[in-house]
Design a protein around this ligand. Structure first.
Ligand code: C5P
Length: 220
């Protein structure tokens, strides 16, 4: 079965506060994009990688990740994933992985692919939530305390049969979602979970980047 990983890297990374798209920011000398793509290949669980980047950075991306296929992403993350899916031709299994998770360990990528090979049509890596989570109203007052035991923080790569992911995207042509499994859920599909890893943390803010710098030094 051919496993193709899509790496959406077309975001502007506004919340990071640097002057370039997040995937092209470097962590200990290597861009998040290179780290994410190299990590997927190094896992041994992935046959091909398709990267989606802003139109003006296609050539830069090709130079950074020569083993990957590079295509132009879209305005929203879902548009970028759509563009990647269109380029994922003969995939049987599709992983969708954020360039913003450059330290994702190979064994976690394996767990996702193994769950698909064992028959899941959609699978996400998750971790328990450490903080207590509350729902607030529009004015900021607490409306409810959510039972933490039932909550999980979701990471990537998320894995799908190509058929399930294409069907979910076809069923929601104009919708955007913060994660791809959300579209599968909306289409009525079952999403399985495997254990995530703290190293698969997502870099969103300058604070996250500082934490990742320390971790990257420890996990060269
Ligand atoms: O903005 P956020 O951190 O949620 O983005 C997650 C991932 O999706 C990043 O790797 C980003 O580059 C990618 N993305 C994309 N196309 C967009 C927006 C985000 O490929 N239009």
């Amino acid at each position: 079965m051919t496993v193709v990983a899509l790496v959406p890297a077309a975001g502007q990374g506004t919340r990071l506060g640097l002057n370039r798209p997040k995937a092209f920011v470097t962590l200990q000398g290597r861009s998040l994009l290179e780290r994410a793509v190299d990590g997927l290949f190094a896992s041994g669980a992935v046959d091909e990688v398709v990267v989606m980047v802003p139109a003006d950075l296609v050539d830069d991306a090709r130079a950074l990740v020569p083993r990957a296929r590079v295509v132009v992403g879209g305005a929203e993350r879902t548009d970028s994933v759509r563009a990647g899916l269109a380029a994922a031709g003969d995939a049987d299994l599709v992983l969708v992985h954020d360039a913003a998770r450059p330290l994702t360990p190979g064994p976690m990528i394996h767990r996702v692919v193994a769950a698909l090979r064992e028959g899941a049509s959609a699978v996400i890596p998750v971790l328990p939530v450490a903080d207590t989570i509350k729902r607030v109203d529009a004015g900021g007052a607490v409306a409810a305390t959510v039972d933490r035991a039932d909550l999980r923080a979701v990471q990537t790569p998320q894995g799908f049969t190509a058929q399930a992911l294409r069907a979910a995207y076809d069923a929601a042509p104009n919708e955007s979602a913060t994660d791809d499994a959300g579209l599968v859920e909306r289409a009525g599909g079952t999403v399985a979970t495997v254990t995530g890893d703290p190293l698969a943390m997502k870099i969103t803010t300058a604070f996250d980047l500082r934490i990742a710098e320390v971790l990257a030094q420890e996990h060269k």
